[in-house]
Design a protein around this ligand. Structure first.
Ligand SMILES: [Zn+2]
Ligand SMILES: [Zn+2]
Length: 139
């Protein structure tokens, strides 16, 4: 997505496309590694010296409110952001800390017990060791 496309996409979701917002959203689209606020801030600060942490927080919560970005909280003290809002699970490796996307086959789940509930959001998490880290563990 180029600047113009991101701008249009934001407008489509009732978000005024300021320079900061465009760059933050673009960063999330380009970096599907589920960055934390600190990570995004570190990366964008060099390029946008006027970006403050408050602006970044506000921008990210606006994106989450408008549902164009998912908030992932595998750990309570560590919010991560994902521009992929399709329903998918996440696997966090306890060794390297990487967060992997896990594609789900929704049709194979039985959600019958949810019939009388109105679902606003769903999150599916796994934790353990990713394949490269299992190899390291084996020596
Ligand atoms: Zn790992
Ligand atoms: Zn994801």
């Amino acid at each position: 997505m180029n600047n113009e496309e991101v701008g249009k996409f934001l407008q489509l979701h009732d978000i005024k496309p300021s320079h900061h917002r465009i760059r933050v959203f673009q960063y999330l689209v380009d970096n599907k590694n589920h960055p934390t606020v600190d990570g995004i801030y570190r990366e964008l600060k060099a390029e946008i010296p006027t970006l403050s942490k408050t602006t970044l927080y506000n921008t990210l919560s606006l994106f989450v409110d408008k549902k164009i970005v998912s908030l992932i909280t595998i750990e309570e003290n560590e919010a991560r952001y994902d521009a992929d809002t399709s329903l998918h699970g996440h696997f966090k490796c306890n060794r390297c800390g990487k967060v992997y996307d896990i594609r789900l086959n929704i049709s194979s789940f039985n959600f019958a017990e949810l019939d009388n509930f109105e679902v606003a959001e769903s999150q599916i998490y796994f934790q353990g060791l990713c394949p490269p880290c299992q190899k390291i563990n084996q020596g």
